[in-house]
Ligand binder design. Structure first.
Ligand code: ZN
Length: 334
């Protein structure tokens, strides 16, 4: 896709934040090096290509089900920053992200994707905070013993009636409620992606800080459970939060996923709640054999071009690219 001069200029000006990738954990699973500073076309993302694509900040998944794995991944993010200070900043604040923009580096934010690795210990959560992790995704969909919700989440296409009925199902576990309170106290960003609907609504009532939904889509556009319903989007906006648009084709359109269809999701959110609550949550290297849209991180300028072509004003485009995530991060993590 050709990029217009106007889109290219906006892209260069923007602070661009991606609310979720699984690149490090995928390298770990494949037995590949966790040093992402070499170009590697087998993956959607590496540091050189993220910078080439204009990214300012990426949320790296650094822990899900096992604490030992979390320790490996947190170490990997710190080593990237320690060994490559010319291209990487380990970020724990909004100011770190702005510094990365000024210095043309990539800011890495550490993000849990599930709290199962905490083994029901708030002390472990606090220690992960001390190690620099700033985003806490409550669940990767798991439920039951040792998790933050009483029942697992559904991962499938569904109907509006099923979504409505799910609101009165069992929601958060007692540990899930404790995690939310501790995140609020510490200044960790609460991430409700993958949460069951009942957990989502309970968390919305409990949290005292704006939450995020790091990577997902819009249910009324494509009826997958990983999409937020209009009611959920309104509630997220009321609480000052932001959702990241997943570049995952199956959540974008069941039959014919395209960039245009993804922009339909974004336009729907903007028409529903205004321009302040939608960002990017690409989910690079987190979708198996599915091909994301755009397919690799160096082609994210095509996303900016598509936003411009849809007719959004410059201010709105800058908010979607990262301004909204930055606002929430400044408010919650400092
Ligand atoms: Zn993931």
């Amino acid at each position: 896709m050709p990029i217009s001069d106007h889109a290219r200029a906006l892209h260069q000006q923007a602070i661009i934040i991606d609310g979720h990738n699984d690149t490090l954990v995928q390298h770990l699973a494949d037995g590949d090096s966790l040093d992402l500073t070499q170009r590697d076309e087998r993956y959607h993302l590496d540091i050189p290509r993220a910078l080439e694509g204009g990214m300012t900040c990426a949320f790296f998944m650094v822990g899900s089900s096992r604490l030992a794995q979390a320790m490996e991944l947190v170490d990997a993010t710190w080593r990237l920053a320690d060994e490559h200070p010319d291209s990487v900043i380990y970020a724990t604040s909004a100011a770190d992200i702005e510094r990365a923009k000024a210095e043309n580096k990539l800011a890495i934010i550490g993000q849990l994707e599930s709290c199962t690795c905490l083994d029901e210990s708030l002390a472990t959560l606090r220690n992960l905070y001390r190690l620099g992790v700033r985003v806490v995704n409550l669940t990767h969909g798991e439920g039951g013993e040792g998790t933050t919700q009483l029942e697992p989440s559904i991962f499938d296409y569904g109907t509006a009636a099923e979504r409505e009925a799910a609101r009165s199902q069992p929601g958060l576990s007692p540990f899930g409620r404790e995690v939310i309170a501790e995140c609020n106290r510490l200044g960790m960003l609460l991430d409700l992606a993958h949460a069951a609907d009942a957990s989502f609504y309970e968390a919305m009532e409990l949290t005292e800080a704006p939450p995020i939904f790091s990577h997902g889509t819009v249910f009324s556009q494509t009826p997958h459970w990983r999409g937020l319903t209009d009611d959920q989007i309104r509630l997220l906006a009321e609480r000052g939060g932001v959702m990241g648009m997943a570049f995952h084709p199956r959540f974008i359109d069941r039959e014919a996923p395209t960039m245009e269809r993804m922009i339909d999701h974004i336009e729907h959110v903007i028409n529903l709640v205004g321009p302040d609550h939608i960002g990017i949550g690409a989910d690079y290297d987190g979708m198996g054999t599915n091909v994301p849209i755009p397919p690799v991180v160096e082609r994210v300028p095509e996303f900016t071009e598509a936003l411009v072509q849809r007719g959004f004003d410059d201010e709105t485009v800058l908010k979607v690219l990262g301004g909204n995530f930055l606002r929430v991060m400044r408010e919650v993590i400092g």
